[in-house]
Design a protein around this ligand. Structure first.
Ligand code: NAD
Ligand code: UDX
Length: 473
């Protein structure tokens, strides 16, 4: 049955893309809006099978609190499937949550977003949707992408007339952070809706009003909404690079970055969040979104602006390289054949996501030097680590370089190791039995704490060498 605007209601939602955003955001939407049927679709059959897995440990992504919500909603009003066409046809509102990686070839390679997945998705919606449909950009997109989507949706005018198709496009960027996705989705700082058609905006607003207070829902024009998302990520990444640059000064001067962070963050104008030093930011968003901002700035001839943001990425890469170099230096300039324990492989705690993880970059540098990495991570599996190291975008390793293994038992990772590097701030790494560890490592042994999560005294009292990010001696 064709839906027309006069008797329009949001009964069915389709979300295209069942990834880190599509999965959790639709699970929470379904949970909070039991009267709406939510279909989450994807071209990746394996992923859909995993979302439908009876064993909730097999869900394709790990997020605290997610399996409980999936358990309450799945096959009630939340469905995961590969029936993309049917679900688009039936939907009153379609969310686009597909991946938007940085382009690797051609014009804008290494900077702008590759829109091929978004375009494929828009074409399919244009072809299959029936009657009036609200299309919502949830993926992070370059400014003015809504215009492109609209052109694609409206391109087949004969088909549109025949099927009475009409579309409204909204931008509704997602601000969730991995590891806290469920919490962020249930209680977001704000929900941003960009659009031109007030009726469409109100329909989406009504969906969110099922659990989000009106004052937290901000409405802007399309371009402000798209640009706000890029800007928010750029500002967050900028804070991480800022404190990481200070961590290096602390190490040289004898200051303590934790103390500096606290003192600086207590200024209300600065605020205490996002001031933890580390091995550089990872994740699928920060680098990609800054690069996109840089591309936009260059496109409009704003070269100084572009240079400003490029610097944030440069500091990030420099931080990873400097940590790798100091590890090699402390191990007498040679890590060839040495066992190095890697504690954590995900780009942050409480997620199994490894995209752009500092562990990949630091790991690759060390493998190139011939190190033998013994990797532990509570949520990242062997296949994921293999995929991360084999990614052609990563540094190529020499043929005769080092090797790596995945270790499931935490205590085994230290056995015979010359060094242990803490790269992810998993809670279970905070209170280890250092007495036992010190007995199993080869001497002299080094502990490198790239996240500042360990207690120095406990470690040095056992005769282990210790380096911590931003901790001057
Ligand atoms: P993801 O790679 O985890 O998921 C994207 C999914 O889209 C994949 O499963 C892929 O198979 C599917 N897909 C691609 N093309 C398709 C098509 N034509 N039809 C059906 N399915 C298709 O990506 P993600 O991390 O969920 O990110 C999605 C978007 O959200 C990106 O634009 C990202 O920048 C943005 N975002 C991500 C986060 C995050 O924390 N990961 C947070 C906010 C915003
Ligand atoms: C980010 C944004 O926070 C989120 O709003 C957006 O929707 C997607 O991108 P995410 O990448 O999932 O989320 O995690 P985030 O918590 O932002 O961390 C990004 C990286 O910065 C991680 O590698 C993290 O370890 C690092 N980080 C973060 C620090 O090194 N120090 C900090 O103080 C904060």
């Amino acid at each position: 049955m064709n839906k027309q605007i006069k008797d329009f209601k949001i009964n069915k939602i389709c979300c295209v893309g069942a990834g880190y955003v599509g999965g959790p955001s639709m699970a929470v939407l379904a949970y909070k809006c039991p009267k709406i049927i939510v279909n989450v679709v994807d071209i990746d059959c394996n992923k859909i099978d995993n979302w439908n897995s009876k064993n909730l440990l097999n869900l394709p992504i790990y997020e605290p609190g997610l399996s409980e919500i999936i358990n309450k909603t799945r096959n009630k009003n939340l469905f995961f499937s590969n029936e993309i066409d049917r679900c688009i046809e039936e939907a009153d509102m379609v969310f686009i949550s597909v991946n938007t990686p940085t382009k690797t070839n051609g014009i804008g390679a290494g900077e702008t977003i590759d829109l091929k997945y978004v375009e494929a998705c828009a074409r399919r919606i244009g072809e299959k949707a029936k009657g009036y449909t609200i299309v919502v950009e949830k993926s992070t997109l370059p400014v003015k992408t809504a215009e492109t989507i609209k052109k694609i949706l409206d391109s087949d005018s004969s088909n549109i007339k025949r099927n009475n198709k009409t579309f409204s496009i909204l931008s509704n960027p997602e601000f969730l952070a991995e590891g806290t996705a469920v919490k962020n989705l249930i209680n977001p700082d704000r929900v941003l809706i960009g659009g031109e058609n007030q009726i469409a905006i109100d329909f989406l607003k009504d969906v969110y009003l099922n659990w989000i207070p009106l004052e937290k829902i901000i409405c802007t024009n399309l371009w402000s909404s798209e640009l706000s998302k890029l800007t928010a990520n750029a500002f967050l990444a900028q804070r991480v690079s800022s404190i990481n640059s200070i961590s290096a000064i602390c190490e040289s001067t004898g200051a303590n970055v934790t103390e500096v962070s606290k003192a600086v963050g207590m200024d209300k104008r600065i605020g205490e969040n996002f001031l933890s030093p580390g091995p550089g930011f990872g994740g699928s968003c920060f680098k990609k979104d800054i690069l996109n901002l840089v591309y936009i700035a260059k496109y409009f001839g704003l070269h100084e602006v572009a240079e400003f943001w490029v610097q944030i990425i440069k500091i990030n890469e420099w931080q990873q390289k400097r940590i790798y170099k100091l590890i090699v230096e402390k191990l007498f300039g040679n890590v060839s054949g040495k066992k190095i324990a890697f504690l954590g492989f995900s780009f942050k705690a409480n997620t199994n996501d490894t995209r752009e993880s500092p562990a990949i970059f630091i790991g690759n540098y060390l493998l190139k030097e011939g190190a033998q990495l013994s990797i532990h991570d509570p949520k990242v599996n062997y296949e994921q680590i293999k995929l991360s190291f084999d990614n052609p975008n990563n540094l190529n390793r020499d043929k005769n370089s080092g090797c790596w293994e995945k270790v499931s038992e935490l205590s085994n990772v230290f056995e015979g190791a010359d060094a242990a590097i803490f790269l992810t701030e998993w809670d279970e790494y905070r209170n280890l039995n250092w007495e036992k560890i010190s007995q199993t490592m080869r001497k002299p042994s080094w502990i490198f704490d790239a996240r500042g999560i360990l207690e120095k005294e406990k470690i040095i009292n056992l005769g282990l060498n210790f380096w911590s990010i931003g901790l001057g001696s």
